[in-house]
Design a protein around this ligand. Structure first.
Ligand code: NAD
Ligand code: USQ
Length: 404
């Protein structure tokens, strides 16, 4: 298939582009390299030394003979170029990763709040509008988030996007199907909820075929393809804005830093390994919805874990101590999470669960590049509310400690 990957230079997009290319699909990456610029803005980069995009592509071609094309394009700002490239390349599928994806970054200050909303919503609307305008039948596969469901304890297994409900009109009951009520926990998550409305609208009005993958937290670094050569290595974010919880813990363990649990660590989240992410995306590409089916929503996660349990597992593997920090976010102290993920399992996904071997592999990568770690960037300094305290350790293994 001809696949256009928006955001193909990023943490999920790069390994997906290589995986799809390796599987025989023709791939065109469109990315404005904004994530690399945000590294400069934050004064902190990937722990793994990522090479420039043109080097990455040349190495891939040298090793496999497969060519991946690249255009530097801002999906949210350059509508005419986006439309031109869709008409010119005529993709059968567009995989849409091109959004600002960090919740803490989206809460940092008015500038980042406004950037996240403008970038993500204009990008998604531009893409859908351009596909409609092109007249081509292009399947959009979007990377959404489990976070659209919110993290209150739902009391039910979270279904894949839609809820069957009974409405009461006096004594009369009417059954219907509605989108699961959105409950965003950050401005970044707000954009994903609003994306969902855009998808619903364009699927109904313009009959676009759209799959929205509600993905959990991605962990791990390399896939078989990015591990082929050091110059293809995937990015590894560990800082307080972009580093996600499990990869952060694994990196912290590797460098002997206390594991930074927010609050009680009672938050339960959904997880998926990067190797499963790339497989799921191909499964979604190969199984598009029908034109009038509406948006196909799939929960892209393989297991759920409580943050403090993850910390204990990583501590058990590595001997790292655990620091319980004041939580910089506005989130429930404890939540349960039970999620339906039948769609991908039925399509043939064989999940990579959080096995000791893989966790050690990530620790191995973190140890190899430990010298690049700037420990001053580890603690999360973004905060959800003005008066909320910055993350500061309260106690480590029961004892109050001062953290510098
Ligand atoms: P990332 O920041 O590493 O990659 C995003 C890529 O998109 C970057 O290369 C960036 O330069 C590009 N981009 C951003 N705005 C753009 C624009 N306007 N025009 C062109 N390119 C643009 O993020 P990621 O971790 O690879 O996440 C990709 C997608 O998957 C995001 O939409 C995110 O919400 C979703 N997701 C990620 C995770 C995770 O744990 N990483 C979990 C669930 C969902
Ligand atoms: N947390 C800690 N310690 C840390 C970092 C995080 O306790 O050092 C806690 C957070 O407070 C939160 C949980 O771990 O309760 C998850 O945080 P995270 O940064 O790993 O993940 P999150 O902010 O939810 O965002 C990430 C991706 C985002 C994606 C989302 C999927 O950055 O793009 O949409 O995971 S999900 O969480 O399922 O919504």
């Amino acid at each position: 298939m001809r696949v256009m990957v928006l955001g193909g230079d990023g943490f999920c997009g790069w390994p997906t582009s290589l995986y799809l290319s390796g599987r025989g699909h023709d791939v065109l990456i469109a990315d404005n390299l904004s994530r690399r610029n945000i590294d400069n803005e934050l004064g902190c980069g990937s722990l793994t030394p990522i090479t420039p995009i043109m080097t990455r592509l040349a190495v891939w071609q040298e090793l496999t003979g497969r060519q991946i094309q690249f255009i530097n394009l801002d999906v949210s700002m350059e509508y005419e170029r986006l439309l031109g490239s869709i008409k010119g390349y005529a993709p059968e599928v567009v995989v849409h990763f091109a959004e600002q994806r960090s919740a803490p970054y989206s809460m940092k200050s008015p500038r980042q709040k406004r950037y996240t909303v403008a970038n993500n919503l204009n990008g998604t609307n531009n893409l859908l509008c351009a596909i409609s305008e092109s007249g081509l039948d292009v399947h959009v596969v979007h990377l959404g988030t489990m976070g659209v469901y919110g993290y209150g304890t739902a009391g039910i297994k979270i279904p894949e996007g839609y809820l069957k409900v009974k409405m009461l009109d006096g004594a009369r009951e009417v059954e219907t199907r509605i989108m699961y009520p959105p409950r965003p926990g950050s401005l970044y998550h707000v954009t994903k909820c609003q994306d969902a409305l855009l998808f619903q609208y364009y699927a109904e009005n313009d009959l676009l075929r759209i799959t929205d993958l509600h993905q959990g937290i991605v962990w791990g670094t390399n896939t078989a393809q990015t591990a082929l050569d050091d110059r293809l290595v995937n990015r590894f974010d560990y800082d307080g804005d972009y580093g996600t919880v499990l990869n952060r813990f694994l990196m912290q363990a590797a460098i002997g830093h206390p594991l930074t649990v927010h609050g009680t660590g009672g938050q339960t989240r959904a997880f998926i390994h990067i190797r499963d992410t790339v497989r799921c995306i191909e499964l979604a590409i190969l199984n598009p919805p029908e034109k009038k089916e509406g948006v196909k929503i799939i929960n892209q996660m393989t297991e759920t874990h409580r943050v403090r349990d993850l910390a204990k597992i990583v501590s058990g593997l590595s001997g790292a101590s655990i620091a319980y920090l004041e939580n910089p976010r506005n989130e429930a102290d404890e939540n349960d999470l039970s999620v339906e993920n039948k769609c991908l399992l039925d399509l043939g996904l064989n999940p990579t669960t959080l096995k000791k071997g893989l966790m050690e592999e990530v620790i191995g990568i973190a140890k190899k590049y430990a010298g690049s770690c700037d420990t001053s960037k580890i603690i999360c300094t973004s905060r959800w509310r003005k008066k909320a305290a910055y993350a500061r350790p309260q106690y480590i293994h029961g004892e109050k400690q001062k953290y510098v």
